[in-house]
Design a protein. Structure first.
Length: 410
């Protein structure tokens, strides 16, 4: 059988297609939530991305001007214009960053609350059977716990744009030394790019594998700290038992997390060394060219800074690309829940008719149940079988009257 048809490869290709579908959908969701803030945030990031490259070039002009003025006995006043321009760039960067932060915070809040509203609306439309199924309840917890990933997809993709714009400008400056310098820089960072998607997938699989363990940790914490369960825990002396179970679940999760991070550390350290070797090679060539007087001291300064910043931007591009991939994987859970058909859950009741009979304001004769049958999903044992009974007016507690029409409780 062809390797390309292996189940894991088919699954990976399907997941990549889902991500390509999710990212545009996130942006549509963002546009519907806060279009003006979205446009402002994108514009600010693009402008801020161009400032570092402009500052590097102005630094080169200042250094060359100082060297030239010192050689021919010129006046420092010749450098007033580039120095003033540098100050203007610093001031602009500071002001733009000051504006960008609150814009991002406000937009993030709006996106989060809009996503939370979608989850609440969907939860209200789902049948009780959904909440009694561990599989589907885990899906709800996944979506609820990862809501912040919706806004993370937005910022990671915008950051990807910002890093791409800044990197393009920096790479243009490196051509002062030699166009091949760009090739060297990209080639030494490329391995990190290839590994980023792999580790993003590892994070996603790790989170999916341990979701039930983490849910149990949260349940034990709530059980031990809740006022409702405090009496029973003390009466039956369950405190030590629950505490030991919490420690066992915690230690299992910590051991798995440490192993994952050690693997990440080993690979990333090696990739960082490779990328630093590329920067060192560019620096060495730049020094050689400066000694031969083929480039100026200002050019040398520019190349030194551009190579280092270019590496940082490339690594940032790699890291941000991995974040886009990882965040998009998590956001698929949110949209899977939002898109879920309530009738797809096993044992879901039929939805009410379009024109349901209104519930009477006052119950005169009670509530009658006729030939009621019920069994839990995945079980052949009937909990109720052809049961008929009546609840007369004021014949049950308010809670029983409310829950009986909904679903039998275990």
């Amino acid at each position: 059988m062809d390797d390309l048809s292996r189940p894991q490869d088919v699954k990976l290709r399907r997941k990549v297609r889902e991500i390509a579908r999710v990212v545009p959908r996130v942006y549509r969701f963002l546009w519907e939530t806060a279009p003006v803030l979205f446009v402002v945030a994108c514009a600010l990031m693009v402008v801020v991305a161009l400032i570092p490259a402009a500052m590097l070039y102005v630094t080169k002009v200042i250094v060359d001007g100082v060297v030239d003025a010192a050689a021919r006995g010129g006046s420092w006043t010749e450098l007033i214009t580039p120095v003033a321009l540098m100050f203007g760039l610093w001031l602009s960067e500071t002001l733009l960053n000051a504006v960008t932060n609150p814009v991002q915070s406000i937009l993030s809040q709006r996106v989060y609350y809009a996503a939370q509203e979608r989850v609440i609306e969907k939860a209200g439309a789902l049948d009780i059977a959904f909440f009694e199924s561990p599989k589907f309840y885990d899906q709800l917890r996944h979506a609820q716990d990862q809501l912040y990933q919706v806004e993370s997809v937005v910022w990671s993709t915008i950051s990807l744009l910002r890093n791409g714009v800044g990197l393009t400008a920096i790479m243009g400056l490196l051509t002062i030394l030699h166009p091949f310098a760009i090739v060297v820089l990209i080639a030494t960072v490329l391995p990190a790019l290839l590994m980023q998607g792999y580790f993003a997938r590892k994070h996603f699989d790790f989170d999916a594998e341990w979701i039930r363990n983490n849910r149990m940790l949260g349940y034990l914490v709530r059980l031990m700290t809740s006022r409702d369960s405090a009496k029973e825990i003390r009466v039956f002396t369950l405190g030590d038992t629950f505490a030991s179970r919490y420690k066992a679940f915690r230690e299992r999760h910590l051991r798995a997390s440490i192993k994952l991070w050690i693997d990440l550390f080993k690979v990333r350290t090696g990739l960082d060394v490779i990328s630093l070797a590329g920067v060192a090679a560019i620096w060495a060539y730049a020094v050689h060219q400066a000694v031969l007087a083929r480039i100026t001291i200002g050019d040398l300064t520019l190349v030194f800074n551009a190579a280092q910043q270019g590496r940082g931007l490339l690594m940032g591009l790699v890291g941000t690309g991995g974040q886009v991939y990882e965040n998009a994987l998590f956001v698929t859970r949110f949209f899977d829940l939002v898109d879920m058909d309530p009738q797809s859950v096993d044992a879901s009741l039929r939805p009410p008719p379009r024109d349901p009979v209104p519930f009477p304001r006052r119950i005169e004769q009670g509530v009658a149940f006729k030939n009621v049958s019920f069994k839990y999903p995945g079980s052949d044992a009937w909990v109720l079988r052809d049961v008929s009974f009546e609840i007369p007016p004021r014949g049950s507690s308010p809670s029983s009257a409310r829950t009986a029409p909904a679903r039998p409780r275990s």
